[in-house]
Design a protein around this ligand. Sequence first.
Ligand SMILES: CC(C)(COP(=O)(O)OP(=O)(O)OC[C@H]1O[C@@H](n2cnc3c(N)ncnc32)[C@H](O)[C@@H]1OP(=O)(O)O)[C@@H](O)C(=O)NCCC(=O)NCCS
Length: 158
Amino acid sequence: MVLQPKSPMESQTEMTVRMFPSDANPAGNVFGGEILKQIDLIAGLVSQRHARTNAVTASIDRVNFLKPVYVGNALILNARLNYVHRSSMEIEIKVEAEDLMTGTRTLTNTAYVTSVALGPDGKTSEVPQLLIETEEDRKRFAEGERRMLQRLKERGKN
Ligand SMILES: CC(C)(COP(=O)(O)OP(=O)(O)OC[C@H]1O[C@@H](n2cnc3c(N)ncnc32)[C@H](O)[C@@H]1OP(=O)(O)O)[C@@H](O)C(=O)NCCC(=O)NCCS
């Protein structure tokens, strides 16, 4: 079956989640693991929207926690595909915390997640190639390819 290339815009996702006291660490700020969970979750949405098959997280690159997120904040995640190979997809995620009283938004995290598509047989399966429409898409694709080669080198497969 020939898969039609798809634009990164087709799978781009924004998600807003309110942070509750149950999301806090003992110091009272939002637990880093909760933010990682939301990053993993949105990456899964983007990759499955693109592949329209099951997709699993293969790796998460180093995630920096730039600023604290407070209980009561809205966590706003924006995610899009940068790069696609045969079955693997690089998703870039930007996380902001919004103070709902003032509307101020602070960039709190950025991350790159690699998802891998699996077919019904549980084996890795081919995904649609990315339709490169803009200069920005081209730049993201080239940078994503460079990072993917580095990941595979670190994994010892290249
Ligand atoms: C991810 C997984 C399917 C890869 O399987 P594998 O047998 O190692 O697959 P391969 O070596 O044939 O690689 C398949 C693809 O994954 C990519 N890949 C595998 N491991 C990777 C990693 N750590 N980082 C980035 N890409 C990776 C390969 O580059 C390849 O991409 P391509 O098809 O686009 O060229 C497998 O390791 C797995 O099932 N891991 C567990 C996933 C999981 O449980 N995640 C948490 C819950 S969602």
